[in-house]
Design a binder for this molecule. Structure first.
Ligand SMILES: [Zn+2]
Ligand SMILES: [Zn+2]
Length: 931
């Protein structure tokens, strides 16, 4: 058993990791030569303002009274500069956003997965190329670009990380801190000779990172007064600082200003995914080298922003976020960041046409350099006869286009030169992605092969060990053929050799070699396959087809429910009809009725809006009361029952009820305190953490009777769940548990129909450690249904209250009872636990189902894994690395969720086993002493 688990885990880890080698690999290459425009730049210095988490609409739109929130910015748009929307990509997080703006490339997902704080890959940035950079802001962001500081030319000024408190105080201080320090800096520069001369050099960047708006958005949502007030404040400070800087340099007209944001924010105060609210950020540039506003009578865009913002008459120029990097480089005349894929928006430049054409030419050469390096790398790593180059951009074609562009520039045909360079850039970018995805088919083929092999193997194992089909067949021991292992060893060796001569990374060996031993194991079970096929042929074909269709339909519903939550509702309604097609309806009416009731009740949840958008603390408190009511009911039934555990159990139940009451008080108190802006009271915080810690121990103290133990687990996890809830989702685990409770009884009933002998009352069954024993019976078709139910309930537990597939469900407000200072890891862990609680409840209930129906846990588990593997294979094919960024993000998280569901299930199964079978006794008294 342990061997299978380890093997299964290994296989799944490999499949899971494979997407990072197949779909999400680092796009960065090294070894290019820096490129810069050989003409004097229009600006000597550049001031970059990044308002973290600022949504485009909140900045540009007019408020209810028709006034602008940012009068200064609006004035710039109308009289001084160029404006537009900067489109960001997913993940809409601070670091990738800043990397795109300052280094000009879109950080790949794997880099994000490897660490949030610092980029694991060496990369070149604009700040690196400057003569001097001074930056102010949050330590997470500002220091990120100071890492490659070779000549000690990047100076970062940061505040303390602990001042990013979401709950209390006035977070606009994060912004005033920056502005005050910059003003002080210029003041000091007047009196400090060495600083003064540094500041007066060319190729200088001042980078101001303003975190206040993001923090206010998380804490109060973007529709709040706080968010708008913060925008007003930034606008006011911006105006002051602009005149300070201009004054400092004596209005020499050599300063360029850029104001933008790293990402936007959803209405409910989160970011990370690809919703337009998150990906549309403002972009405003003015000063040296930037074109003045252009009045137009009509402009065409797909959105209605222009009308909403009353800016129809000022030419809007949208850019991609990475375009900011080459623009800034061209403005101050430094080399373009080496890995930049941005295209300089030449039409916002207020320079000579020659400069525009030359900048575009530099841009094209710089991107072409990356293409060449990438091609060379791929070529060297592939056998010559297998290498298929990118046909649209051959060496001669590159040279031709470059020569022609040079010729146009010489002939002063600048527009032609610009458009030719644009063509070349597009080709080079396409070629880059061609080489980037060069190995994809080869790897994907092997992973799918492995997947299919593993699923078949798991199915064969189930059939072999738990079906009676093999027993009739006389399994005469044949002498094992030498041919099979030899063939597979030969295949393995040749694959390894093939990889070796191409010098592939070690992970490739894993993906490509793994399928062969699996398929060897499958083919070794040939007699089982033959037996199974004979069994199938005796089956009436129509019935067989019917079952098969039902199974496929079930899996498809599950897959679809990842995209549309209402599919879960459809599934649950179908579940509600289950008693009607079985004799259950006539035999056990009351249980059937409650099954129908709870199925339909649970079906309501997937139709509700995603969690966290409408916080409602009264629902949370109400859920608490419901739990208390339930426990009162259980306590009375325990008193009536009067068995040996009574004292101990009553004390435990009272304790658990007490912790539920505490939870309700803490939730209510914290909510009010945050509303009054008094932050999180320390007492509440301590109580919250204590409740969380105790919830792991409490269930272990209860007697191992099936229902008592399950109820104890529910009570404990509910007190934690209440603390992590913000609205209706607090009711979800209660309804889910009720349904699970009915499920256990339903399964007991179905079993009694088929196997009359095993009549045992559910309430007397005890959880024991060794469930796999002689009492296990053969598998039947009903068991496939049980496994399917489990997978369905697990998916419901996942998506019942929100679309966890979107990073958006990361709503910090749900952890405010535990901490309010931003700490991604602690917050992530708490939210993870919140997601897992319904999962654990389902697993524990399933543990009970296994016990009552005397199933072998191993084969059932294998069945569950087979079902989720079939789903995973679906999602593997559905992974996208192109198209809208929302699609990409969701497609990855779907695969990640299914794969981690499988991996998690092994751990959760262990956790559920511990929670249900282990018994601790209060005060160290062995239980036999209590009579
Ligand atoms: Zn940010
Ligand atoms: Zn943020």
């Amino acid at each position: 058993m342990l061997l299978y688990i380890t093997l299964g885990l290994l296989v799944h880890f490999v499949f899971f990791a494979s997407i990072f080698d197949i779909y999400f690999t680092s796009p960065l290459v090294h070894g290019m030569t820096p490129q810069f425009t050989p003409l004097p730049p229009p600006a000597k210095r550049l001031v970059l303002f990044v308002a973290d988490g600022l949504r485009a609409d909140k900045l540009f739109e007019l408020d209810e009274d028709g006034n602008s929130r940012a009068p200064f910015i609006r004035n710039v748009i109308m009289n001084e500069g160029s404006w537009g929307i900067s489109h960001t990509r997913v993940p809409t997080e601070s670091r990738p956003g800043h990397v795109a703006m300052i280094a000009g490339f879109y950080e790949d997902v794997s880099a994000v997965a490897k660490g949030w704080k610092e980029n694991p890959v060496e990369f070149d940035s604009l700040l690196n190329e400057t003569r001097y950079t001074w930056s102010w802001g949050s330590p997470d962001i500002v220091t990120m670009f100071a890492k490659g500081d070779l000549g000690n030319h990047i100076f970062a000024h940061t505040y303390d990380a602990s001042s990013e408190d979401f709950g209390a105080h006035d977070v606009t201080k994060l912004d005033t801190w920056v502005f005050d320090h910059v003003k002080e800096f210029f003041h000091a520069a007047r009196n400090n000779q060495s600083l003064f001369s540094k500041v007066n050099e060319d190729k200088i960047v001042f980078f101001l990172h303003l975190l206040g708006i993001d923090t206010n958005g998380h804490a109060h949502r973007p529709s709040s007064r706080e968010y708008s007030d913060n925008i007003k404040l930034v606008d006011k400070e911006l105006k002051e600082l602009e005149s300070t800087i201009k004054g400092f340099y004596g209005n020499d007209g050599k300063t360029a200003f850029i104001f933008t944001a790293d990402h936007g924010m959803t209405d409910w105060g989160s970011h990370g995914a690809g919703h337009p609210l998150e990906t549309c950020t403002p972009f405003i540039a003015w000063g040296a080298g930037i074109r003045l506003p252009q009045k137009v009578s009509a402009q065409k865009f797909d959105d209605l922003y222009l009308q909403e913002w009353k800016l129809e008459n000022w030419k809007r120029r949208d850019i991609n976020q990475a375009d900011v990097a080459p623009l800034m480089a061209a403005l101050i005349g430094v080399p373009f960041p080496l890995n930049s894929v941005g295209i300089i928006p030449v039409d916002i430049l207020n320079t000579s046409d020659l400069f525009k054409a030359e900048s575009m030419f530099t841009n094209a050469v710089q991107i072409l350099e990356q293409f060449k390096v990438k091609m060379t790398q791929k070529k060297e790593a592939t056998l010559p006869f297998l290498f298929t180059p990118f046909k649209s951009l051959s060496d001669t074609k590159q040279a031709n286009i470059l020569r022609k562009a040079r010729y146009y520039i010489k002939q002063k045909k600048y527009d032609e030169a610009v458009s030719l360079c644009q063509q070349l850039i597009n080709l080079a970018l396409r070629g880059l992605s061609y080489y980037h995805t060069y190995d994809r088919f080869f790897l994907a083929f092997h992973v799918v092969l492995g997947f299919v092999g593993w699923t078949s193997y798991a199915s064969l194992l189930i059939i072999k060990s738990h079906c009676n089909l093999m027993r009739g067949v006389s399994t005469e021991v044949k002498s094992p053929s030498r041919l099979l292992p030899c063939t597979f060893v030969a295949i393995g060796v040749s694959v390894a050799f093939f990889l070796l001569i191409q010098a592939r990374p070690w992970t490739y060996y894993l993906y490509c070699l793994l399928p062969w031993p699996i398929w060897h194991a499958v083919l070794r079970e040939m007699p089982v396959i033959q037996g199974f096929v004979t069994l199938l042929s005796t089956f009436p074909p129509r019935r067989f087809l019917g079952y098969l269709l039902l199974f496929i339909l079930g899996v498809e519903v599950l897959v679809l429910s990842f995209f549309h939550r209402y599919m879960l509702t459809a599934g649950l309604v179908a579940f509600a009809a289950w008693p009607f097609i079985t004799p259950l309806w006539t035999r056990a009416k009351s249980i059937s009725l409650s099954w129908i009731f709870f199925c339909l009740l649970l079906a309501v949840f997937p139709l509700m809006p995603v969690v966290g958008r409408q916080p409602d603390i009264f629902l949370v408190v109400g859920a608490g009361f419901l739990v208390l009511l339930l426990s009162l009911f259980v306590v009375t039934s325990i008193i009536k029952r009067k068995d040996s555990f009574i004292n101990e159990e009553l004390v435990l139940h009272l304790l658990q009820m007490l912790s539920t009451v505490f939870s309700m008080c803490v939730v209510y108190g914290t909510h009010n305190s945050l509303l009054r802006k008094q932050g999180l009271p320390l007492l509440n915080q301590i109580v919250s953490w204590m409740i969380l810690a105790s919830s792991f121990v409490m269930p272990l103290l209860s007697p191992p009777f099936l229902l008592d133990r399950l109820f104890s687990i529910l009570l404990s996890s509910m007190s934690t769940y209440l603390l992590l809830s913000t609205g209706y989702e607090a009711l979800f685990p209660i309804v889910l548990s009720c349904l699970m409770f009915v499920w256990i009884h339903m399964e007991q009933e179905t079993l009694q129909q088929s196997v009359v002998s095993c009549k045992q009352k559910v309430s007397t069954i005890q959880f024991t450690c060794n469930t796999d024993a002689a009492q296990c019976r053969d598998l039947c078709l009903d068991d496939i249904r049980r496994a399917f139910f489990l997978v369905f309930f697990l998916v419901t537990a996942f998506f019942g209250t929100g679309n966890i597939a979107s990073v958006n469900s990361f709503d910090p407000s749900s952890v405010y009872c535990f901490l309010t200072v931003f700490s991604p890891f602690k917050m992530g862990a708490l939210i993870m636990w919140k997601i897992l609680i319904p999962f654990v409840l389902v697993m524990c209930a399933f543990e009970a189902v296994q016990l009552t129906t005397q199933l072998s846990s191993k084969s059932l588990f294998l069945m569950v894994i087979t079902i989720s593997d079939i789903m995973a294979l679906h999602f593997f094919f559905l992974i996208k690395d192109y198209g809208s960024w929302l699609d990409i993000g969701t497609s990855i998280s779907h695969y990640v969720i299914v794969m981690s569901m499988t991996i998690f299930m092994v751990f959760l199964n262990c956790l559920a086993q511990v929670l249900t079978t282990k018994k601790l006794s209060l005060c160290g008294r062995p239980k036999s002493h209590i009579i």
